[in-house]
Ligand binder design. Structure first.
Ligand code: DX5
Ligand code: ZN
Length: 215
């Protein structure tokens, strides 16, 4: 089980301290949400900010791109220090080319599915992926409610991966907390993103431990 707190819910005026705080609290990855105001109706941060953070923590950077035509910017995120790059299957017609571009830079490639996109959409690419991200909210904002109806999708992707003998990770993102986490893990998720739940917690270490123990 990997825990990847989303810095979208952190205090952007103290970003380095926030990242250091989750490292101390036992996080496995740092989830970084990049939004372009086109693919989703919100704008967050880009490669220059990620580059500044790179020297502040040893944790791997789990970069979730919610941007149109992500292939254009893979090089920038690679040089900024991304370790995993997740892009949305809905954001490009060149899915295979985008995976290749990510791998060319020696980075782990992942595909994300919006709630309305079916599990089968990612099946043609499964063998080439490190991870699949099943969104459990509509992408764009933190603090939304977990969508339990995404669980059959998680299960379908896990079953297909098992059927093919793939050692592949499934990430869930949106509305994950100590009450929703077990639904996700029971259905086959093994990478948990949590923004509000970790960053708003009184005790972030305790919050991360709760996610890990429920999962
Ligand atoms: C939403 C982002 C999420 C978001 C999760 O588009 O991809 O990573 O930060 O936030 P919570 O955990 O608050 O739902
Ligand atoms: Zn995200």
């Amino acid at each position: 089980m990997l825990i990847s707190p989303s810095i979208l819910a952190s205090d952007f005026s103290h970003l380095a301290d926030e990242v250091i705080s989750i490292e101390k609290a036992g996080a496995d990855l740092v989830h970084i949400d990049v939004m372009d105001g086109m693919f989703v109706p919100n704008i967050t941060l880009g490669a220059p900010v990620i580059k500044c953070l790179r020297g502040k923590t040893a944790l791997p950077f789990d970069v979730h791109l919610m941007i149109e035509e992500p292939k254009r910017y893979i090089g920038d995120f690679a040089s900024a220090g991304a370790d995993i790059i997740t892009f949305h299957i809905e954001a490009t017609d060149d899915v295979r080319g985008t995976i290749e571009e990510i791998k060319k830079h020696g980075i782990k490639a992942a595909i994300s599915l919006k709630p309305k996109t079916p599990a089968e959409a990612v099946f043609p690419y499964l063998d080439d992926l490190y991870m699949v991200l099943v969104m459990t909210v509509e992408p764009g904002f933190g603090g939304q409610s977990f969508m339990p109806d995404m669980m059959p999708k998680v299960r379908a992707i896990r079953e297909e991966a098992v059927r093919r003998g793939l050692d592949m990770r499934i990430q869930v993102d949106g509305g994950i907390d100590d009450k929703t986490v077990s639904q996700a893990t029971e259905n086959g998720a093994d990478v948990l993103v949590a923004g509000s739940y970790v960053f708003r917690a009184q005790d972030r270490k305790d919050a991360i431990e709760k996610l890990r123990s429920h999962g």
